[in-house]
Design a protein. Structure first.
Length: 225
């Protein structure tokens, strides 16, 4: 929980710094505040994150990506937000080296992943998924899924603002939004290999500068099907 709040807090601060502290004038901030609400993040944490962005003493977080290979050739993409890139890169390199991996050059693995935006919207009466998907194709959406009480929309990263505007203009309640990197292909691993790869992923995720970790290892449930 604390990890989720720290990550969201940073995203809110970066967003408020870039687009202003007023949610009505900053669409991305509006959605992040909804995500915070869904995650039960205390209101004062959200307000503190926004205040930090407009504080004179705040220098801003730098968003840096690191790419490398973990054990058994698994590609790992690490997104960070940091106020000290020297510390961050030293830590990331050390996690890779100590856990049987190696840090690569920036941009070297970009082609292995598709950068997507994901919106979760509340279901509403009379919603037709096929119709919604057809409407959204022009906005760069390539998949619309149904979960328990929500609909999940996957679209091109660059179309994030256009998709959000369409959903808001058409009265859909966005409960959460995130950016993900989906691997083009996944690699199968043995249980022993999975264990060593997970060790590195966990180390990376524990670092307070790390926002997200993406990889191309096949998920366990996929293997069991």
């Amino acid at each position: 929980m604390a990890r989720v709040f720290t990550k969201l807090g940073k995203e809110i601060t970066i967003c408020a710094k870039q687009g202003g502290p007023e949610p009505e004038n900053n669409p991305r901030l509006r959605v992040l505040m909804q995500t915070a609400k869904k995650e039960n993040m205390p209101k004062e944490n959200v307000e503190r994150a926004i205040k930090r962005a407009i504080s004179k003493d705040f220098t801003d977080y730098k968003e840096m990506n690191y790419e490398g290979y973990g054990p058994h050739g698994i590609a790992i993409f690490v997104e960070t937000a940091t106020d000290n890139t020297t510390r961050t890169v030293a830590n990331i390199r050390s996690y890779f080296n100590k856990n049987g991996g190696s840090l690569g050059t920036s941009g070297s693995l970009e082609f292995l992943f598709q950068h997507k935006c994901v919106f979760h919207i509340a279901k509403k009466d009379g919603i037709d998924l096929e119709e919604l998907e057809l409407e959204l194709i022009d906005y760069g959406v390539d998949e619309v899924d149904e979960a328990d009480d929500e609909i999940i929309i996957y679209g091109e990263f660059a179309q994030n603002s256009a998709i959000q505007k369409y959903l808001e203009d058409n009265g859909y309640e966005i409960t959460e939004s995130e950016f993900v990197r989906i691997p083009n292909d996944v690699k199968e691993v043995t249980p022993e290999q999975r264990e060593s790869i997970n060790k590195l992923i966990e180390k990376l995720e524990e670092d307070e500068d790390v926002q997200n970790v993406f990889h191309n290892m096949k998920e366990e449930e996929e293997e069991e099907e």
